[in-house]
Design a protein. Structure first.
Length: 87
């Protein structure tokens, strides 16, 4: 009887952990998609080049910055490109 209760408690704890991790992962994916979409639009219309900066490279570093920063991360990347600071 005690073993079954322990298994049920462990299954519930595992399910809660999976839901928590999935929520965090979905937020990171949403941030990455929105941030990279902004960077793509800025590069497509060459907005940073018109303002005297360079194009923003879309690579692993910019993906991670957008994933953890979202829209503010994309804005930081745009500001860095305008200042001429390479990533």
């Amino acid at each position: 009887m005690a073993a079954e209760i322990l298994i049920i408690i462990l299954a519930i704890a595992f399910a809660v952990a999976v839901v928590f991790i999935f929520k965090r992962f979905s937020v990171l994916v949403l941030n990455a998609v929105t941030g990279l979409a902004i960077l793509f639009i800025v590069n497509y219309f060459k907005l940073t080049v018109m303002l005297g900066g360079s194009e923003i490279p879309i690579n692993v570093a910019s993906l991670l910055i957008c994933a953890f920063g979202g829209i503010p991360g994309a804005i930081i990347l745009i500001i860095l490109a305008l200042l001429g600071i390479p990533l």
